[in-house]
Design a protein around this ligand. Structure first.
Ligand SMILES: Nc1ncnc2c1ncn2[C@@H]1O[C@H](COP(=O)(O)OP(=O)(O)OP(=O)(O)O)[C@@H](O)[C@H]1O
Ligand SMILES: [Mg+2]
Length: 225
Protein backbone atom coordinates (compact mmCIF):
# COMPACT_ATOMS: atom_id res chain seq x y z
CA UNK A 1 0.00 0.00 0.00
CA UNK A 2 2.73 2.41 1.09
CA UNK A 3 6.36 1.67 0.48
CA UNK A 4 9.43 3.68 1.52
CA UNK A 5 12.77 2.82 -0.01
CA UNK A 6 15.74 4.69 1.44
CA UNK A 7 13.70 7.83 1.96
CA UNK A 8 15.26 10.96 3.43
CA UNK A 9 13.47 14.17 4.31
CA UNK A 10 14.51 17.67 5.34
CA UNK A 11 12.50 20.87 5.67
CA UNK A 12 14.13 23.45 3.36
CA UNK A 13 17.82 23.67 4.09
CA UNK A 14 17.41 22.29 7.63
CA UNK A 15 18.94 19.06 8.90
CA UNK A 16 17.74 15.72 7.59
CA UNK A 17 14.91 14.65 9.90
CA UNK A 18 14.26 11.24 8.35
CA UNK A 19 17.17 9.14 7.13
CA UNK A 20 17.25 5.96 5.07
CA UNK A 21 13.66 5.04 5.90
CA UNK A 22 12.77 1.73 4.29
CA UNK A 23 9.46 0.23 5.34
CA UNK A 24 6.34 -1.19 3.74
CA UNK A 25 2.86 -0.64 5.12
CA UNK A 26 0.95 -3.61 3.82
CA UNK A 27 -2.75 -3.73 2.99
CA UNK A 28 -4.71 -4.62 6.09
CA UNK A 29 -1.82 -4.06 8.53
CA UNK A 30 -2.01 -2.20 11.87
CA UNK A 31 0.94 -0.26 13.27
CA UNK A 32 1.63 2.09 16.10
CA UNK A 33 4.26 4.73 15.27
CA UNK A 34 6.25 5.96 18.23
CA UNK A 35 9.34 7.93 19.10
CA UNK A 36 10.21 11.01 21.17
CA UNK A 37 8.68 14.43 20.52
CA UNK A 38 10.36 15.96 17.47
CA UNK A 39 11.47 12.56 16.15
CA UNK A 40 9.50 13.05 12.93
CA UNK A 41 6.27 11.08 13.43
CA UNK A 42 4.03 13.80 12.00
CA UNK A 43 6.50 14.34 9.17
CA UNK A 44 6.39 10.62 8.31
CA UNK A 45 2.57 10.57 8.33
CA UNK A 46 2.46 13.70 6.17
CA UNK A 47 4.74 11.99 3.64
CA UNK A 48 2.32 9.03 3.56
CA UNK A 49 -0.58 11.47 3.11
CA UNK A 50 1.19 13.27 0.21
CA UNK A 51 1.31 16.54 2.15
CA UNK A 52 5.11 16.43 1.83
CA UNK A 53 7.41 14.79 -0.70
CA UNK A 54 10.65 12.97 0.07
CA UNK A 55 13.82 14.95 -0.48
CA UNK A 56 15.54 11.72 -1.49
CA UNK A 57 14.72 8.05 -2.00
CA UNK A 58 11.61 6.39 -3.35
CA UNK A 59 8.09 6.52 -1.94
CA UNK A 60 5.09 4.81 -3.43
CA UNK A 61 1.55 5.35 -2.13
CA UNK A 62 -1.33 3.16 -3.32
CA UNK A 63 0.72 2.01 -6.28
CA UNK A 64 1.78 5.50 -7.36
CA UNK A 65 5.37 6.73 -7.39
CA UNK A 66 5.12 9.96 -5.39
CA UNK A 67 8.21 11.37 -7.14
CA UNK A 68 6.41 11.47 -10.50
CA UNK A 69 2.87 12.09 -9.26
CA UNK A 70 1.45 15.27 -10.80
CA UNK A 71 -0.16 17.93 -8.62
CA UNK A 72 -3.38 17.42 -10.53
CA UNK A 73 -3.63 13.72 -9.63
CA UNK A 74 -2.56 13.99 -6.01
CA UNK A 75 -5.95 15.05 -4.54
CA UNK A 76 -7.80 11.99 -5.90
CA UNK A 77 -5.15 9.69 -4.45
CA UNK A 78 -5.24 11.57 -1.17
CA UNK A 79 -8.98 11.08 -0.87
CA UNK A 80 -8.39 7.36 -0.52
CA UNK A 81 -6.45 8.02 2.69
CA UNK A 82 -8.13 9.02 5.95
CA UNK A 83 -6.01 11.38 8.04
CA UNK A 84 -6.46 12.58 11.62
CA UNK A 85 -4.16 15.60 11.91
CA UNK A 86 -2.41 16.31 15.19
CA UNK A 87 -3.99 19.81 15.07
CA UNK A 88 -7.38 18.46 13.79
CA UNK A 89 -7.71 20.94 10.85
CA UNK A 90 -11.49 21.21 11.06
CA UNK A 91 -13.27 23.80 8.95
CA UNK A 92 -14.63 26.38 11.39
CA UNK A 93 -17.15 28.03 9.08
CA UNK A 94 -19.25 24.87 8.62
CA UNK A 95 -21.01 22.61 11.12
CA UNK A 96 -19.69 19.45 12.73
CA UNK A 97 -22.04 17.46 10.50
CA UNK A 98 -20.76 19.13 7.33
CA UNK A 99 -17.12 18.62 8.36
CA UNK A 100 -17.69 14.88 8.71
CA UNK A 101 -19.84 14.72 5.56
CA UNK A 102 -17.10 16.33 3.45
CA UNK A 103 -15.26 13.17 2.31
CA UNK A 104 -18.55 11.49 1.38
CA UNK A 105 -19.73 14.53 -0.57
CA UNK A 106 -16.40 14.69 -2.42
CA UNK A 107 -16.99 11.04 -3.34
CA UNK A 108 -20.38 12.00 -4.77
CA UNK A 109 -22.44 10.09 -2.18
CA UNK A 110 -26.22 10.41 -1.92
CA UNK A 111 -27.43 12.87 0.67
CA UNK A 112 -29.73 10.37 2.38
CA UNK A 113 -26.90 7.85 2.87
CA UNK A 114 -24.54 10.62 3.91
CA UNK A 115 -26.98 11.67 6.64
CA UNK A 116 -27.20 8.08 7.89
CA UNK A 117 -23.44 7.44 7.88
CA UNK A 118 -22.44 10.78 9.40
CA UNK A 119 -25.06 10.52 12.16
CA UNK A 120 -23.98 6.96 12.95
CA UNK A 121 -20.26 7.72 13.21
CA UNK A 122 -20.85 10.86 15.27
CA UNK A 123 -22.99 8.84 17.66
CA UNK A 124 -20.22 6.25 17.86
CA UNK A 125 -17.70 8.84 18.98
CA UNK A 126 -20.22 10.24 21.47
CA UNK A 127 -21.11 13.42 19.57
CA UNK A 128 -24.63 12.57 18.44
CA UNK A 129 -25.94 15.78 20.03
CA UNK A 130 -23.55 18.23 18.40
CA UNK A 131 -24.31 17.77 14.69
CA UNK A 132 -25.18 21.42 14.17
CA UNK A 133 -22.49 22.90 16.39
CA UNK A 134 -19.62 24.96 15.06
CA UNK A 135 -16.32 23.11 15.69
CA UNK A 136 -14.93 26.12 17.55
CA UNK A 137 -17.65 25.76 20.18
CA UNK A 138 -16.40 22.28 21.12
CA UNK A 139 -13.73 21.22 23.61
CA UNK A 140 -10.36 20.00 22.33
CA UNK A 141 -11.31 16.36 22.92
CA UNK A 142 -14.62 16.83 21.12
CA UNK A 143 -12.89 18.47 18.15
CA UNK A 144 -10.47 15.56 18.06
CA UNK A 145 -13.38 13.13 17.85
CA UNK A 146 -14.91 15.12 14.96
CA UNK A 147 -11.54 14.85 13.16
CA UNK A 148 -11.58 11.10 13.77
CA UNK A 149 -15.15 10.74 12.51
CA UNK A 150 -14.22 12.66 9.34
CA UNK A 151 -11.18 10.44 8.75
CA UNK A 152 -13.05 7.14 9.05
CA UNK A 153 -16.52 7.93 7.66
CA UNK A 154 -15.68 6.98 4.06
CA UNK A 155 -13.96 3.74 5.19
CA UNK A 156 -10.66 4.59 3.51
CA UNK A 157 -8.19 1.89 2.47
CA UNK A 158 -5.54 3.61 4.58
CA UNK A 159 -6.08 5.43 7.87
CA UNK A 160 -3.32 7.63 9.32
CA UNK A 161 -3.91 9.07 12.79
CA UNK A 162 -1.55 11.54 14.45
CA UNK A 163 -1.85 11.36 18.25
CA UNK A 164 -5.59 10.64 17.91
CA UNK A 165 -6.02 10.15 21.65
CA UNK A 166 -3.90 13.15 22.68
CA UNK A 167 -6.87 15.22 23.87
CA UNK A 168 -9.25 12.60 25.26
CA UNK A 169 -9.39 10.56 28.48
CA UNK A 170 -8.31 6.94 28.73
CA UNK A 171 -11.78 5.42 28.32
CA UNK A 172 -12.52 7.39 25.15
CA UNK A 173 -8.96 6.74 23.94
CA UNK A 174 -9.50 2.99 24.13
CA UNK A 175 -12.86 3.32 22.40
CA UNK A 176 -11.16 5.18 19.55
CA UNK A 177 -8.54 2.46 19.13
CA UNK A 178 -11.33 -0.12 19.05
CA UNK A 179 -13.02 1.90 16.30
CA UNK A 180 -9.77 1.79 14.32
CA UNK A 181 -9.54 -1.96 14.95
CA UNK A 182 -13.07 -2.34 13.58
CA UNK A 183 -12.01 -0.55 10.41
CA UNK A 184 -8.89 -2.71 10.27
CA UNK A 185 -11.07 -5.83 10.40
CA UNK A 186 -12.88 -4.51 7.33
CA UNK A 187 -9.50 -4.30 5.53
CA UNK A 188 -8.11 -0.81 6.22
CA UNK A 189 -4.36 -0.41 6.80
CA UNK A 190 -3.94 1.65 9.99
CA UNK A 191 -0.97 3.69 11.26
CA UNK A 192 -1.34 5.51 14.60
CA UNK A 193 1.34 7.89 15.84
CA UNK A 194 1.27 7.97 19.62
CA UNK A 195 3.26 8.69 22.77
CA UNK A 196 0.76 6.76 24.83
CA UNK A 197 2.66 3.74 26.16
CA UNK A 198 -0.52 2.49 27.86
CA UNK A 199 -2.23 2.08 24.49
CA UNK A 200 0.82 0.45 22.93
CA UNK A 201 0.97 -2.06 25.78
CA UNK A 202 -2.74 -2.75 25.80
CA UNK A 203 -3.34 -3.28 22.08
CA UNK A 204 -1.04 -5.87 20.52
CA UNK A 205 -0.02 -4.33 17.23
CA UNK A 206 3.30 -4.01 15.44
CA UNK A 207 5.39 -0.98 16.33
CA UNK A 208 7.31 1.43 14.13
CA UNK A 209 9.86 3.26 16.23
CA UNK A 210 11.59 6.47 15.13
CA UNK A 211 14.91 7.35 16.71
CA UNK A 212 17.36 9.88 15.35
CA UNK A 213 15.80 9.81 11.92
CA UNK A 214 15.84 6.05 11.57
CA UNK A 215 12.79 3.84 11.57
CA UNK A 216 12.79 0.37 13.12
CA UNK A 217 9.88 -2.07 12.99
CA UNK A 218 9.12 -4.18 16.06
CA UNK A 219 6.76 -7.15 16.08
CA UNK A 220 3.33 -7.11 17.71
CA UNK A 221 2.87 -6.56 21.46
CA UNK A 222 2.98 -10.09 22.83
CA UNK A 223 6.26 -10.80 21.03
CA UNK A 224 7.85 -7.57 22.26
CA UNK A 225 7.73 -8.59 25.90
N1 LIG B 1 7.20 22.99 8.80
C1 LIG B 1 8.37 22.74 9.38
N2 LIG B 1 9.48 23.45 9.05
C2 LIG B 1 10.67 23.20 9.59
N3 LIG B 1 10.90 22.24 10.52
C3 LIG B 1 9.85 21.51 10.89
C4 LIG B 1 8.54 21.71 10.35
N4 LIG B 1 7.70 20.81 10.92
C5 LIG B 1 8.44 20.08 11.78
N5 LIG B 1 9.73 20.49 11.76
C6 LIG B 1 10.83 19.90 12.55
O1 LIG B 1 10.92 18.54 12.20
C7 LIG B 1 11.19 17.73 13.34
C8 LIG B 1 10.15 16.63 13.41
O2 LIG B 1 8.89 17.21 13.65
P1 LIG B 1 7.57 16.34 13.75
O3 LIG B 1 6.45 17.29 13.95
O4 LIG B 1 7.50 15.43 12.58
O5 LIG B 1 7.87 15.49 15.07
P2 LIG B 1 6.90 14.56 15.92
O6 LIG B 1 7.61 13.27 16.15
O7 LIG B 1 5.56 14.50 15.27
O8 LIG B 1 6.79 15.35 17.32
P3 LIG B 1 5.57 15.41 18.38
O9 LIG B 1 5.60 14.10 19.11
O10 LIG B 1 5.94 16.54 19.25
O11 LIG B 1 4.31 15.62 17.63
C9 LIG B 1 11.20 18.68 14.53
O12 LIG B 1 12.54 18.94 14.85
C10 LIG B 1 10.53 19.91 14.02
O13 LIG B 1 11.05 21.06 14.63
MG1 LIG C 1 3.75 15.10 15.80
Amino acid sequence: MISFDNVGFRYGVGPEILRDVSVTIEAGSFHFLTGPSGAGKSTLLNLMHLGLRPTRGFLSVLGQDVGTLSRRRAPALRRQIGMVFQDFRLLDHISVFDNVALPLRLDGGREREIRRDVTEILQWVGLGDTLKACPRALSGGEQQRVAIARAVVARPGVLLADEPTGSVDEVIGQRIIRLFEELHRLGTAVVIATHNQGLIDRFPHALLELTEGHLVRQPAGALRR
